[in-house]
Design a protein around this ligand. Sequence first.
Ligand SMILES: Nc1ncnc2c1ncn2[C@@H]1O[C@H](COP(=O)(O)OP(=O)(O)OP(=O)(O)O)[C@@H](O)[C@H]1O
Ligand SMILES: [Mg+2]
Length: 249
Amino acid sequence: MTAPEPALLQVHRVTKRFGAIRAVDAVDLELRIGESVGLIGPNGAGKSTLLALLSGDLRVSEGELTLEGRDVSRMPAHARVVAGIARAAQIPQTFARLSVHDNVLLSAMFGARLHRRAAEDWCAHVLGLVGLGDRSDDQAGALGLLDRKRLELAKAVAASPRVLLLDEIAAGLTEPEVETIMDVVRGLQEGRAIVWVEHIPAALRGTCTRLVVMDKGVKTHDGPFAEVWADKRLQEIYMGVPDDDIAAH
Ligand SMILES: Nc1ncnc2c1ncn2[C@@H]1O[C@H](COP(=O)(O)OP(=O)(O)OP(=O)(O)O)[C@@H](O)[C@H]1O
Ligand SMILES: [Mg+2]
């Protein structure tokens, strides 16, 4: 009998306290390569805090994070990017005066640790993946919202992460633009695990096979997307979704 493939990322009873608030409370999570996980929950549920604990932007108060068998719980964010965990932020964190190309190149060199020549090739590939191949020379600050979101994704992907964390990358986009971002995310799934936090259920439904729900810092659901989504208790917890939306999806 062959042993089951070990998890890429293991999250064990991870907790984050802000004073008296337990923003994330003893969360367990396992991610495997090829999985795309949607993460939902009402405002203040702890979703962004959990992503920040995974990316190292916040330090855990308790619990452990293990990436490919290695304890990364106390590793700072920049080292976690190199180790294989990268986050695309809700508010794009680009160097506005640099070109699209240079923003992504920096990430390829410092995140994926590639030398200049290899970084150039990788950068061109990643820009193609996110649909920015023809905007390479544009100044990042001059891009419209959809292209800024593409660039934020490209910067995260250029670091070659095994675990790609997406925090509300579709927020503020029109419906057709959300479809475009879904296509881009689908093209990024191979060889890695994705965790996508989003308040637009249709975006996650069309992209993710698994759904995790948080409420008040606690993980309340975790399972196949359709199964979790059909749970009645979920719709009581997830106040952010109007009834019409639930019926429509
Ligand atoms: N830096 C901080 N200092 C103090 N409290 C914080 C901090 N960051 C988050 N919190 C609190 O932790 C809880 C979880 O917040 P978090 O931003 O993770 O929620 P969220 O699920 O991402 O919500 P949203 O859907 O609104 O983005 C909230 O009560 C929030 O006020
Ligand atoms: Mg958030």
